[in-house]
Design a protein around this ligand. Structure first.
Ligand SMILES: Nc1ncnc2c1ncn2[C@@H]1O[C@H](COP(=O)(O)OP(=O)(O)OP(=O)(O)O)[C@@H](O)[C@H]1O
Ligand SMILES: [Mg+2]
Length: 274
């Protein structure tokens, strides 16, 4: 299988390109207006703490042959603007399945999902693609970089999908790589980077279209201690800047700076803690 097929948002290439993305939910205080001129946000304003994610009664089942496996069994969950939430739980408890739903990479079998106060449960694939492109940034345990293109091009990729003009996306990619301390690796192939460097490129890529929400599924799972600290330091900074972060982790030590820990077990929220 070609490497690019492993990148979940790459199918967006096959979808109609956006003509601008606007969220103007009357019920929420957040206003995120994307320019339809250049595809880059230039009027993002957060007025008050508000719920950005509300899940109620979310169920998810998969059909395998003749049998149906129910993975999520009625998840109720609210996440507020600016929170840094850690999602923990045993292997197989449904964390990645839940993150895929929150990240609009998949549909729930039943239940309601409000993103910025708007119901996304019944949206079409095109609409979900627009939401993913502009409001959500993804970071994965296995980085999911495209090895046959440069670091810079990887970071530019979400902006290509959002039709950001070349000069703007090149400038922004360089700025983002500088922010994660990788300006000196801009023309490298991802294959020549360390794991920690690859994950920092993935963070820069996740920030390309300036999303308000970052979804990170075990972002330090494949990293040594030093690289893990570097990645967490960047994640904490992104949160201080106002981004909402939902992060799956098995490591209790890195949850110290999280505002909340949500524990999942066997497809249900078991409990929450500070
Ligand atoms: N597409 C799918 N088809 C069938 N079963 C699936 C699918 N995706 C996930 N599952 C099943 O759902 C269960 C939960 O998987 P999930 O990947 O969400 O677990 P997880 O909590 O992220 O585990 P880990 O900590 O190991 O990453 C597993 O038993 C898995 O086999
Ligand atoms: Mg998982």
């Amino acid at each position: 299988m070609p490497a690019y097929l492993a990148v979940p948002w790459l199918p967006d290439l096959l979808l109609p390109q956006p003509d601008g993305w606007q969220i103007r939910a009357e019920t929420c205080e957040k206003k995120a207006v994307m320019s339809d001129q250049d595809g880059l946000p230039h009027d993002r304003e957060v007025k008050a703490i508000t719920k950005v994610i509300e899940l109620s009664g979310i169920e998810k089942s998969f059909r395998i042959g003749d049998s149906v496996v129910q993975v999520l069994k009625g998840v109720d969950l609210s996440i507020e603007q600016g929170e840094f939430v850690a999602l923990m739980g045993p292997s197989g408890s449904g964390k990645s399945t839940l993150m895929n739903l929150v990240g609009c990479l998949d549909w729930p079998s039943s239940g309601r999902y409000l993103l910025h106060g708007q119901d996304v449960s019944g949206r079409s694939e095109d609409e979900l693609a627009r939401i993913r492109r502009h409001d959500l940034g993804f970071i994965f345990q296995t980085f999911n970089l495209i090895s046959r293109i440069s670091v810079r091009k990887n970071v530019e990729m979400p902006m290509v999908l959002a039709e950001v003009p070349r000069d703007q996306r090149e400038k922004r990619a360089a700025e983002l790589l500088q922010q994660v301390g990788l300006e000196h690796r801009i023309d490298y192939s991802p294959l020549r980077l360390s794991g920690g460097e690859r994950q920092r490129v993935a963070i820069a890529r996740a920030l390309a279209n300036d999303p308000g929400i970052i979804i990170a599924d075990e972002p330090t799972g494949n990293l040594d201690l030093k690289s893990s600290d570097e990645v967490m330091s960047i994640m904490n900074r992104l949160n201080r800047e106002g981004r909402t972060i939902i992060m799956v982790t098995h490591n209790p030590e890195i949850t110290a700076t999280c505002s909340r820990i949500i524990r999942l077990r066997d497809g249900r929220v078991l409990g929450e803690g500070p």
